[in-house]
Design a protein around this ligand. Structure first.
Ligand SMILES: *Cc1c(COP(=O)(O)O)cnc(C)c1O
Ligand SMILES: [Zn+2]
Length: 411
């Protein structure tokens, strides 16, 4: 095995493996683990068939692709191993032949964040950290708080002061130390990393190297679930850019290893009201610019200054990736369409659906193309948003019930 190291995604400067500060000292771009080449690895040997999935975790399962030699299995909550559901009703609606839904809503805290939290936590523990933290208002906060509780680590959750209590309760249930910080939320990401370095807290923020390592398992699973037939497109709701980077890296690693023979197309989707990566991509810029007043329905994908935006642009350029946007209304429509398939996603996780529809109608996606939509998180934590749907229901007395049902039932 080659030596593990961290490499700056911007200037390629190398850093030692045990560094936890996730940005480059010179150019401030995100660091990433190098891709390791294994001499004797091929498709069949990546999977340990003897070990039941019920006793596994993603690091064990894909061990050759993880550089953590010593891990604590008991910190796993069963993250990953999520279903890839063949959509049944959506293909005709979107005018495509086949669509697969990678259902990340079934993770332990109902989003893909648990993969990266689990892997980062192993790194933090292996380095002896007793305190972890994150900056997030939603899914990542819940994920880090849950795994922090599980691992018995002091856990700091930093979030902006204007987040309503309803959104914080699914985090507070795990009893972390939660601090509401007044001021520029975009700067909080960098400030937390600085504080972490100074006083010894491992901040598991959105795009730290080991979080990317967690996300790459999504791609490994998709490959296996599709019997190593690479899809034409993978469609990814995108905010900080961390998850998209991880998914791209996963396919790259399998490709480099010869486990798959080509890469899929990558489509990143943002909401119109906060689309800094889309803006830069559309204008052919190399660097993202901050969005000053983001206004969008679901803050899981409204990072106004995505810390991995520049690196994602570099990767998308390298692989002819695409960035697109949908409106809030389309995100809500996507949520209802996914419900038709039996999946309750939050609007941020449903943006892919209408994005596929519009790219199909513009002829960018062909009817025959096989698409995988990453359904990044569940709708269950944010039921307030459901008020936008105006759901209807019926009321009657017990006596009226039979007549009521008889009048409604489809013959
Ligand atoms: C975090 C999150 C995203 C965005 O992922 P990034 O890595 O920040 O790009 C998308 N959807 C959901 C549900 C999320 O929780
Ligand atoms: Zn650099």
């Amino acid at each position: 095995m080659e030596q593990e190291k961290l490499i700056c995604t911007g200037c390629k400067k190398e850093y030692p493996y045990d560094r936890i500060f996730p940005r480059c000292d010179d150019c401030s771009e995100p660091l990433e683990l190098n891709i390791v080449h294994h001499n004797s690895l091929h498709k069949n040997s990546t999977i340990d068939k003897d070990v039941s999935v019920y006793n596994q975790n993603i690091i064990r399962k894909f061990a050759p692709f993880y550089s953590l030699s010593c891990i604590e299995d008991k910190l796993s909550l069963g993250e990953g191993f999520t279903p890839l559901v063949a959509a049944d009703k959506l293909p005709p609606i979107l005018d495509i032949d086949s669509l697969y839904l990678k259902n990340e809503t079934v993770n332990p805290t109902w989003s893909f964040k648990d993969r990266g939290t689990f892997v980062s936590l192993q790194h933090a523990k292996s380095l002896g950290y007793k305190t972890i933290g994150t900056v997030s208002s939603g899914n990542m906060a819940a994920s880090v708080a849950a795994y922090g509780a599980r691992a018995n680590l002091e856990t700091f959750i930093l979030l902006s002061a204007d987040i309503p209590l309803e959104k914080i309760q699914p985090v507070l249930i795990y009893n972390p130390t939660l601090i509401k910080v007044k001021g520029d939320y975009g700067k909080l990401y960098y400030e937390s990393l600085k504080i972490g370095r100074e006083i010894g807290i491992y901040f598991l923020n959105s795009d730290i190297p080991f979080r990317i390592e967690g996300s790459k398992s999504i791609s490994f699973e998709i490959c296996e679930q599709l019997n190593y037939n690479v899809p034409d497109y993978v469609v990814i709701p995108t905010s900080s850019g961390g998850n998209a980077r991880g998914i791209i890296k996963g396919f790259m690693e399998y490709h480099k290893q010869g486990i798959i023979d080509h890469l899929p197309g990558f489509i990143c989707v943002q909401l119109e009201g906060c689309a800094p990566i889309y803006q830069a991509w559309k204008n052919g810029e190399e660097k993202i610019s901050a969005i000053s007043a983001p206004e969008a329905i679901d803050n899981a994908i409204t990072n106004p200054y995505p810390p991995s935006g520049n690196e994602l642009l570099r990767k998308l350029k390298m692989y002819n990736g695409i960035v697109t946007t949908v409106s809030d209304k389309e995100a809500l429509e996507g949520q209802l369409l996914l419900a038709k398939e039996g999946i309750f996603a939050q609007p941020a996780a449903a943006v892919s659906i209408l994005a596929i529809k519009s790219m199909r109608s513009r002829g960018i996606i062909n009817k025959k193309d096989k698409c995988v939509a990453i359904i990044t998180g569940s709708g269950l934590k944010y039921t307030g948003i459901l008020n936008k749907h105006n759901f209807a229901s019926e009321t009657c007395t017990l006596k009226e019930l039979k007549g009521k049902i008889a009048s409604i039932i489809k013959k």
